[in-house]
Ligand binder design. Sequence first.
Ligand code: PRX
Length: 684
Amino acid sequence: MSDAHVKFNLGNPVEDSEEEVFLPPAPLLAGAHVAGLPSYHEMYSDSINNSDAFWKKIAQELHFFEPSNNGLEYNFDSRKGPIFTRFMAGAKTNISYNCLERNIQRGYGDRVAYLWEGNEPCDSNTITYNQLHEQVLNFSAVLRAHGVKKGDVVAIYLPMVLELAVAMLACARIGALHSVVFAGFSADSLASRIVDAKCKILITADGFFRGPKAVILKPIVDKAIEISKEQGVNVESAIIVEHLNRATAPNGHPAPTVDCSKGIYHKYFSEMQKYKGVDSPVEWMDAEDPLFILYTSGSTGKPKGILHTTAGYMTYVYATCKYNFDLHHENEKDIYWCTADCGWITGHSYLLYGPLMNGVSSVFFEGVPSYPDASRLWAVTEKYKVTKLYTSPTAIRALMAFGDQFVTKHDRSTLSILGTVGEPINPAAWRWLHKVVGEARCSIVDTYWQTETGGHMIVPLPGATPQKPGSATLPFFGVNAVLLDAEGRVIEGPGEGNLCFGKAWPGMMRNVYGDYERFVKTYMQPFPGYYFTGDGARRDDDGYIWITGRVDDLMNVSGHLLSTAEIEGALTQHPKVAEAAVVSAPHDIKGSYPYAFVTLKNGERLSKELIVELKQIVREKIGAIAQPDVIQEAPGLPKTRSGKVTRRILRKIAEGCDSGLGDTTTLVDETVIQQLISGRDNRA
Ligand code: PRX
């Protein structure tokens, strides 16, 4: 996008319309890294026109053991040769060193790295950069003693305890790839990730408390190990953090006891004791050595292992975190809080690596925003004097529903930046965040990006970009955001189309782990010469980008991407289900939810019991987040002559439409539509 697109008009903002514009607050503007829109434009042009020099200069703020003259090299057009992105090829560095030793060397060893806040408000802990370094070194020695070496993949299935940060940083220290699996995923999901990356070692915990509930992980892990074995991958050791006993149980109930001493299990704290003081030097990684794998949903149902490498991811995450949250390492009062779980990319980039590389103190939260009550986020904000808060639109919408008094009873005067991620934030939630939470004094930073992009792509700079509720605004430095029509033609100026990126950026994914063909097919082939996001977007008269949502078969539920095919695959494993089609339907809080149509075998009917069983099978095969909210019996599904289910029609039916379903003439049997519309009354 050229600068010419940004022709900002601040005249007569109208309430509740797109014209309403919020300028960066004056105090933020005064001390910001990038102050005012003209500074953004200047840096943006430089980042596009001299991208090599731009990124190399930023990389100089980090430590490289060996430098390189190479900058950002890439090919995005498979007609011209293999697709690749490289950044600073030939250089050597280590991201864990940049998070820890580099900060200690600049005198921040005694600074708090994390303020850990447990599920119960009475459980908290702090860890300094020195202490974190000590633990990471110690745990990296444990990993090495268990045979882990550079290039191995370590599966991590942990709740939000500090050992999760330690484990990830320890892997990075010794050049092992971490593959973090969200602790809400099922045994089947964990196993499929273990098998795909052939993990020999797993780091886990006995269990944890989530709100009022206890979640016991060990039996899930036992099952995942068993499934992996059946599929030919033997997990040789599992290191287990005994967390249940040290955490305060909700409602004063005693913590469940879990035996962690048998089989392949080794207790985390005894292992740490055993290898305390053992030296475990940093592995200097080539710039393009793999750093981690993180699985994300794929349209075909099988999750994709997104592969990120070392120097590019490191530099991009460092830069986006610094500029988009306006972090200043000299300012000890900056208390940053990203509420994401490390099981997702947001936790990787903006709870672990980003803030640590920037040398700030962060809150690391084990709990949920609604426990013990809906004021938790604001109570924690007050407790730690949080200055920058990064959370999800779903959390905002859910808390908004409880009423303002939960927010206003806590002091939020330290807040200056409020960020959101994962899904579009609707203007009403944006305004509530701005007015009620931020007391009309904070910048709202709506960050658009993906697991695949490593870091923010479309995002306002808090001290520079005028904000419009609901728009992720303008591209980050070096990002060439392009809208393409269905035929791949570039849409110049205002318009709507497929959101693509026409230039590589350092944090770009390098591959789908072990499946280069899938990488190219998914992201690079739909529009040759461009990276395709899978999202639709609109550009307004001011050049602002408004994300309109997924244009593929993925759905976004509470900021989590789910694959319709994967949920359908789980449903059809039930012996009574002949066929299933899952679509996303709009939801006030979650953004959208999975709505399942199921065709049953041999005259079976959808009973209450069967619905429970179907929901359960999705929980078992994928995890609770994927469970359909609604299941409707479908005597037949609307299909084209080639047998393709027309989801567009199902989506409309799920939304409650009776007419305006679009072209139905290509269907083999149009009568199923009426059946599905009337069947809606009996859905559950
Ligand atoms: O559809 C977009 C949506 O989330 C997708 C990426 O999901 P995931 O890889 O799980 O990463 C989530 C955290 C970055 C995108 O393709 N999405 C993410 N952020 C936004 C968004 N949609 C609208 N606005 C956002 N700010």
